[in-house]
Design a protein around this ligand. Sequence first.
Ligand code: NOJ
Length: 572
Amino acid sequence: MEWHNDWYKRMSFYQIWVRSFADGNGDGIGDLYGVYDKLEYIRSLGVDGIWFSPLYPSPNADYGYDISDYRDIHPEYGTLEQFKKVLHKAHDLGLKVIMDLVVNHTSDEHPWFLESRKGKDNPYSDYYIWRDKPNNWDSLFEGKAWEYDKVRGQYYLHIFAKKQPDLNMDNPKVREEVKNIMRFWLDMGVDGFREDVINFISKKEGLPNGLPFLPAVNGMPYYKDGPHIHEYMAEFREVCKEYDCFQIGEGPMTTVQSAMKYLTGPTKSLDMMFSFDHMMADCIYTEYVHRPFSLVKLKRAFTKWQKALAGKGWCSLYLENHDHPRIISRYGSVHYWRESGTMLAASFLFQQGTPFIYQGQEIGMTNIRLHSIDDYVDVSTKNNYHSYHLKDTIERRLKRIHLSSRDSSRTPVQWDATRYAGFSKVKPWFYVNPNYRKINVAAEEKDPDSILNFYRKCLALRKQSKTLIYGEYKEYFPKDPNIYMYERSLGDIRYLIICSFSKLPVKVHFPENYADRKGQLMLCNYPDGPQVMADSLRERAHQEVSLLAAEHGMFRPYETRVYRFRERTQRS
Ligand code: NOJ
């Protein structure tokens, strides 16, 4: 029987990083009790699924991405029973649930590692990558990629933090473990997996030295898309085929060309990948090197992926997750908070692909500014501060951390204007952004023009339109430094999405092929509609208007509009 698991194409997901989502049991830490109570809210956004960042027991060296037990729930977040309650309620509400599958590495407190370090005769000896002499690879999170273990008398590889030893995926027993972990959760009823740094799981034989002049990423050519990756991925895919399950792989630094091998053709092993190109429009490899935001770079990345996958594979769409700072602080403007937050929503939600919205993104949460590096908690932020740009002053280093830290996406979700932002009744485990009195769910629920309600409108529009889901993507004016304009078309329907990334008013030129078309304005993020045509539009909302008339108008700071056109026959 042919396998049809393309339900995910019509969906949108909401990502929960549970520790900061909602505290249901009053200990200052987000948990599954809090999630249970907020499921109706999540549904109200118009999303159809939830991706949970790791919920498993973990010493929290990397907040859940260092797992010490793959088959349980971290006691801080609840119990397996509570997870099942969340899962069933989510399903009753029509929400799918996908789990994070983190199998490039475990915690060094995982029983496999505790056994493995005991010695070469131990049955778990080859579960990890041990060497007498390390190579020159750097880790991405904490100094060199090798740590000496006194118990075993050898070095183990850790591409991430020291407490995250890499599993040896070349060992068939490890792959069996992974498959059994997948079955464990699938048997419980989860709908799929987001697979952490999955393109790193196969390492080149011999682990050759990397180029010495590439700090942090010098080993990457030898562990990214390694020699056996597609064999291993095929094995995991077989498990998913036993269920109607869906897989999205995280692909740090992946190129379109290498992603195609995971997403299309005989080696297809994933339904989608999280790519990073569009997250580097203001930096290189997220935290390490900053550069001024360039809309042209962002558009180039968007369009490259849209075009490469058209008709062949499927894209994931995202602007935020737990690994990146908040998008308004990066690609928008906190001074035009509402305008840029809504515009950014339209800039990605109408592309072809499955949107992922990260907790707090839908209300426009922004970066937090902490006073000292000691106030930050993320291992990679601390590493960045202590290991790079050491000649910079403390102020400059902190400024860079403020721009780039993952901690900005990990502050408690701002539910209302009460103490601790309604996240918890007691002091939360991490700082609440002081702007919570203005930026919070309760306030935005009441405001029809809020960022929250704009997300709802965008998701509703997307859901009812085959064109916005399956239509062809085309970009106009790719070199324009202020405007991102893209079209989606299917049959006789076309949508034109126009996004201004400028703080200043800008004149928009419409494509020639739109000159004599009449369309409906479906969405605009300025409550009074387009400036020049405001009067006519207020009266004629959703009636046809000519783009030619709009041509004489200016786009206000961060203005966005979505037009819909129906092709006319000669006679009509
Ligand atoms: C990617 C995850 O998204 C990130 O949070 C984590 O630190 C690394 N992988 C290592 O697991």
